[in-house]
Design a binder for this molecule. Sequence first.
Ligand code: PGA
Length: 254
Amino acid sequence: MKIKVVKDKKELGNFVSDIVCKIIKEKNEEGEKAVLGLATGTTPIPVYEELVRRYNNGDVDFFNTVTFNLDEYINLPQEDKNSYHTFMNENFIEHININKNNVHIPDGNAEDLEEEVKNYERILQDSGYQDLQILGIGHNGHIGFNEPGEFLLADTGITHLTNETIKANSRFFENINDVPKDAITMGMRTILNADKIVLMITGESKKEIAAKMLKQEGITSKYPATLLYLHPDLTLVLDEEAYNAAQEIINSEV
Ligand code: PGA
């Protein structure tokens, strides 16, 4: 695992955008489409801001890019302000020249959800899986909506949110009871199928999970993100706030 510490959100945006743009350029030069695995949440926003800025500057062309989002709530209308469809449209998709047919976000309102998750995994597989997967992390170590538990999903599937995640995500909803309790998420194998993975951890509030990830003690389904240690090309990017606070925890333990 590579570790990169960035000063702040701006540097995070630059660092991850460099990786994204390099992959798009290389793939396009080979006459192929880059396949990006994308994440929602507060953490990746500086990355989308920087990518949109570069697009407006003429530095990157998304026309031949294919995207797959990690997850989506079940039974939340796509046009709801808190759906991940809305998040992606507002923060990224509407601002770039991507072909909308190449944008994939799980459909949490599909009539047959079992069929939807199978289809999503199949389309990903047919696309050759992600050249790059970007990830945020939950305080409880979830990635996508792969929540801690005895078993984790291997392929894209249906999952139930833990109370901790419902509470964390309630900051966007008027009432905690409005937070959907179920979601579709890529599974752990789906994520690990990516050629390259970048996991971002920012802010002091993530210090406990940042310390856990930095210590690399082992792999456990209690912290799903630890399964990423199995990946040969994982980069953990932390901002100084998360990194320094995590180091304090680590130092206080020895
Ligand atoms: P956040 O969410 O970026 O909004 O902190 C990350 C996550 O829960 O995966």
